[in-house]
Design a protein. Structure first.
Length: 671
């Protein structure tokens, strides 16, 4: 379903609801799906007209119908008549919109609606066979429980449901929306996430309690896992992910025993395995995550071979490749990560060509470009990183124009701006970095205003604040840096309280504490700096224990140790400084071995060598020499990073000074 350039989102309809529906209709335009929309008349009309305007030739328009007044006298007869017409009409449309929400309080109309849904439920397989288009059923807001009872089969196979009420019926000052998805990642337009229950998890529990194992609708579990992870309820998410995976395996075995086509059961298993991987990743269990993701990838490659490379099958492979790449990246396997990311990018470029540049296909390409850029950045290939990040940013700006500034599209632009800013920062272009970071921060603040204080929106603001603070710090604006860093820290402490101390939330606090400590240190507040650094170090050590010593977690410990050592050194505690620096140096030597000598790992090692070499006077020449050798190699590998050249010159100056106060022949071979 090809969409036109956007206009404003429909009046009285939250954009999260509008865009969720629009994206689904676009991606599922050539296959049957059913959406339940529980809405007041006004918002439903506005939403239908908004969607209709976005369909452009050569695609057919959406078929909009409303049940007539005679529907209430004979709903079953009208259903038969409607089904007789809808097969041919539906094929000539991009989607079918059936409005039947009038007279929400009338008992005769409600009885008619119940009969209609019950008979439609009996014809589920006819619908799936004959109507190869999305069907949107619009029902009264108060009819949700009735719909679930009257049409249990259709309810279980629904793509998603939405509750959309006007300000008056919601009892508030603005529209209200709740989206319950089973196949689409959901927007959560609420303010207090920590107080939310999970509708998907509750419904999954009901399904297990009331249905046979071979009929339970597995996509409910997938939605529940995503929901629970967003709430920080990792243990519950893990239990549901394991349940759904066991059920999927049983169904696959059953289909094989019955000599049925196993493709559908295999895809169910692959998605369930992805959820197991997500949970393991959230727990820092990279071995478990890799095992689940690789099994899922293997299944999806088989499906591509059997199904002939359908868009859905190919996209599934690209998703699995990104998952495998993320695990490799977290473990410092940059070669493996790059291989997976580049294969995923190739598949996604192919899908853009085949699907005509749909928003989802384009967004997938932008995600893969970001992944490829991260690998290039880690390996010191700033030209490659900048190329990937800027192409991604270009795609995302285009999607903002096409989709009308949806939260997802804006958030993606904000992320890309931060990445482009990082490249500029690394190359000493502080003006370019500041411009990108401030634009990103502006977008992040807009998203908080529009979406409420959701964890994702708040974290976006905190990241942008840290970036802006880094620019201020580099330019000597310590007041501006402190303001940005402290606001970021406040947000992140709140998120830890709300999300229950997830690894990501805790690490974010640790990073912000180091930033706040840097400002205190620069202003001579050694007591304040020490408090911040030691809290950061404590959090980092906890995360190493929880995450099993991943490269990122170990590096965080080493950074905090260097900071603690700097405070001790400034206060004349030479022994304390040396202990901290030595532990940091040991960690960084391990990381260079594990990561294969990436620029970041080598830079970190050189910094630790310099810290330890200069903790006492006279400086340790051996440590200075090793650091100089490292920086000389980094200048050759990354000539565009001015900081490496500056550090090399500083070390050479220290070595030259040392040479004048000792045997000059010892230092004749300064790198």
């Amino acid at each position: 379903m090809t969409m036109s350039p956007p206009d404003l989102t429909p009046e009285g309809v939250p954009e999260a609801a509008a865009v969720t529906l629009l994206r689904h209709l676009e991606w599922q335009s050539d296959s049957f799906s059913i959406v339940f929309l529980f809405a007041d008349v006004g918002p439903a009309l506005a939403l239908a007209e908004w969607v209709q305007r976005r369909v452009v030739p050569p695609q057919p328009p959406m078929l909009r119908q409303e049940v007539p007044d005679r529907f209430v006298q004979a709903p079953e007869a009208w259903l038969q008549e409607w089904l007789g017409r809808i097969g041919d009409q539906g094929v000539r449309s991009s989607a079918v919109w059936l409005a039947m929400q009038r007279h929400a309080a009338d008992r005769h109309w409600n009885q008619a609606r119940r009969l209609f849904l019950a008979r439609l439920n009996e014809r589920r397989f006819l619908l799936e066979r004959d109507l190869r288009r999305p069907l949107v059923l619009v029902l009264p807001v108060s009819f949700k429980a009735e719909a679930r009872k009257a049409a249990p089969d259709l309810w279980h196979v629904r793509a998603f449901s939405q509750d959309l009420t006007s300000a008056r019926s919601a009892g508030g000052s603005g529209p209200s929306v709740h989206t319950d998805t089973t196949q689409i990642r959901r927007e959560i337009p609420v303010t207090e996430v920590s107080m939310r229950t999970s509708d998907a998890a509750d419904e999954w529990a009901r399904s297990l309690a009331t249905g046979a194992a071979d009929t339970v609708y597995l996509p409910l579990a997938w939605s529940a896992v995503v929901d629970l992870l967003s709430l920080g309820r990792v243990a519950e998410a893990s239990a549901i992910a394991q349940q759904s995976t066991e059920l999927a395996r049983e169904r696959l075995q059953a289909s094989l025993k019955l000599a049925q086509d196993p493709a559908a059961a295999q895809r169910l298993l692959s998605i369930s395995l992805d959820n197991v991987g997500k949970v393991a990743q959230a727990q820092g269990d990279w071995t478990g995550a890799e095992s689940a993701y690789r099994e899922s990838l293997g299944i999806r490659r088989q499906l591509v071979e059997r199904l002939g490379g359908t868009p859905e099958a190919l996209r599934d492979v690209s998703v699995s490749l990104n998952n495998v790449g993320k695990v490799a990246q977290a473990q410092g396997d940059w070669t493996g990560a790059e291989s997976a990311y580049r294969e995923s990018l190739g598949i996604r470029r192919e899908l853009v060509e085949r699907l005509g540049g749909t928003p989802e296909a384009l967004r997938d390409v932008s995600i893969s470009l970001d992944n490829v850029g991260e690998v290039a950045q880690a390996q010191g290939d700033w030209t490659g990183a900048e190329s990937a990040y800027r192409e991604s940013l270009g795609i995302r700006r285009e999607l903002v124009e096409r989709l009308g500034g949806t939260p997802e599209a804006l958030r993606d632009v904000s992320v890309s701006l931060n990445r482009v800013g990082q490249v500029a920062q690394a190359q000493g272009d502080w003006t370019g970095a500041e411009s990108a970071y401030r634009e990103s921060l502006g977008i992040s603040r807009v998203l908080v205003e529009r979406l409420g204080w959701t964890p994702e929106a708040l974290r976006g603001v905190s990241i942008s604040l840290n970036r802006v603070g880094q620019v201020a710090q580099a330019q000597g604006d310590w007041t501006g840096a402190e303001s940005a860093y402290r606001e970021s820290l406040g947000i992140r402490r709140e998120l830890v309280e709300r999300l229950g101390g997830t690894p990501e939330a805790l690490r974010d606090v640790s990073v912000s504490l180091n930033n706040v400590g840097k400002v205190a240190q620069a202003q001579g507040d050694w007591s304040g700096a020490e408090v911040a650094y030691r809290e950061s170090l404590e959090i980092s050590r906890q995360l190493v224990e929880r995450l099993g010593g991943t490269p990122e977690a170990l590096r965080d410990v080493s950074v905090s140790l260097d900071n603690v050592g700097a405070v001790a050194q400034a206060q004349g505690d030479w022994s304390g400084a040396e202990v901290a620096y030595r532990e940091s140096l040991e960690i960084r030597r391990q990381l260079v071995e594990r990561l294969g000598g990436t620029p970041e790992a080598l830079d970190d090692l050189a910094i630790s060598l310099l810290c330890l070499a200069t903790v006492r006077e006279p400086a340790d020449v051996a440590g200075l020499s090793e650091a100089a050798t490292i920086y000389a190699s980094l200048v050759q590998r990354c000539p565009q990073v001015q900081r490496y050249a500056d550090n090399l010159q500083w070390v050479r100056d220290r070595l030259a000074t040392a040479a004048t106060t000792s045997d000059p022949d010892v230092h004749s071979d300064i790198p």
